[in-house]
Design a protein around this ligand. Structure first.
Ligand code: FE2
Length: 264
C-alpha cells in the first residue's frame, strides 16, 4: 500500500493575455498538468499549496478551474498570501472552507493522515495560523496518533538563511508545539519561497518546493545582496509514502535536462 501524491505551489495565475514577472503562468500550469497526466496519473491526488492567483482575481480562479479540470487525479487546494479567500470561495464554492473558516482539510489515505492548512491572512505577506486553526490541528493530530502525518501549507515556518525569511510564518511556535504532540510527523511541505529546500527544525522535517512561478537565486545570510528572479525550473514535488519511509522527489517540468539515453 503506497501513498503517492503531487504537490504544486505558487501558480500565480493572472488574467487572460497577461503575464506575471514576464511569465505566462497559465501555460506553465498547463505544462504541469500535462506532466502529471503523463507520468503521475496513478497518483492518489494533487495538492495546490497556495498562491494560486497572482492578484487574487476572479478571472484567474476561473482559469485555474478550467486548467485543473484537465487533471486525471483529484485535486485538494489551500491558499497563499497572493490569494483572496472570498474571491476563491466564490469561484470554487463555500464548501472549500473548513470548520475553521479557512481552507483547511484532512485526508486519510493508505495508512497516512495528510493535513492541509491555510496560512494566508488578508493584508499580510507573511503567514498566520490562527488560534482556532492550531486547536483544530491539535485535535486532528490527536485523532491520528497511530498513523504517520504529512502537513502541507503555503508558508514555511523555518527560516532558510535567505532574504524572504522576514515573510515566513509570523509566529511558528504554536504550530511547532502542536506538531510536537504527534510522534510521527513525516514531512511539513510548503511553497512560498520559490526555492527548493529541506531542513530539520526543532526535530521536525521541513521541505519547500520551487513551484510553478519564477524561482529565486539565494545569498546565504547576506540580506543586503539582491536576489535574482529566475525563469525556471517550474517544479512540483512528488511524495511517496510507505509505512517505514516518506520520500519527496522533485519534478522540474519546464527546465528539465536533455536526455543522454534511456537506461535499459
Ligand atoms: Fe508565490
Amino acid at each position: 500500500m503506497t501513498l503517492k501524491f503531487v504537490v504544486m505551489s505558487d501558480l500565480h495565475l493572472v488574467r487572460e493575455g497577461e503575464v506575471s514577472m514576464t511569465l505566462d503562468t497559465a501555460a506553465r500550469l498547463e505544462a504541469a498538468v500535462e506532466a502529471v497526466n503523463a507520468r503521475y496519473a496513478d497518483a492518489d491526488f494533487c495538492v495546490l499549496a497556495g498562491d494560486l492567483a497572482d492578484l487574487g482575481e476572479a478571472e484567474a480562479y476561473g482559469r485555474l478551474k478550467t486548467i485543473i479540470s484537465q487533471l486525471k487525479i483529484p485535486v485538494h487546494i489551500t491558499l497563499g498570501n497572493h490569494d483572496d479567500r472570498p474571491v476563491f470561495l466564490e469561484a470554487f464554492g463555500a464548501e472549500y472552507a473548513g470548520e475553521t473558516g479557512k481552507v483547511d482539510k484532512v485526508i486519510d489515505l493508505k495508512g497516512y493522515r495528510i493535513i492541509i492548512l491555510d496560512s494566508s491572512e488578508p493584508g499580510r505577506v507573511d503567514g498566520v495560523l490562527e488560534a482556532a486553526q492550531i486547536d483544530w490541528l491539535t485535535v486532528r493530530l490527536a485523532e491520528a496518533m497511530d498513523r504517520p502525518v504529512i502537513v502541507i501549507l503555503h508558508h514555511n515556518a523555518n527560516a532558510l538563511h535567505i532574504e524572504s525569511d522576514s515573510i515566513r510564518m509570523l509566529e511558528p511556535d504554536a504550530f511547532i508545539a502542536a506538531l510536537k504532540t504527534h510522534p510521527d510527523i513525516r514531512q511539513v511541505i510548503a511553497g512560498h519561497v520559490h526555492l527548493t529546500s529541506t531542513a530539520m527544525y526543532r526535530g521536525l522535517p521541513f521541505t519547500t518546493l520551487a513551484g510553478g512561478h519564477y524561482s529565486i537565486s539565494f545569498n546565504v545570510d547576506q540580506p543586503g545582496v539582491p536576489f535574482k528572479r529566475l525563469v525556471g525550473p517550474g517544479q512540483m514535488a512528488v511524495v511517496v509514502g510507505t509505512e517505514d519511509r516518506t520520500t519527496v522527489l522533485f519534478e522540474d517540468f519546464i527546465d528539465g535536462n536533455d536526455v543522454i539515453d534511456v537506461a535499459e
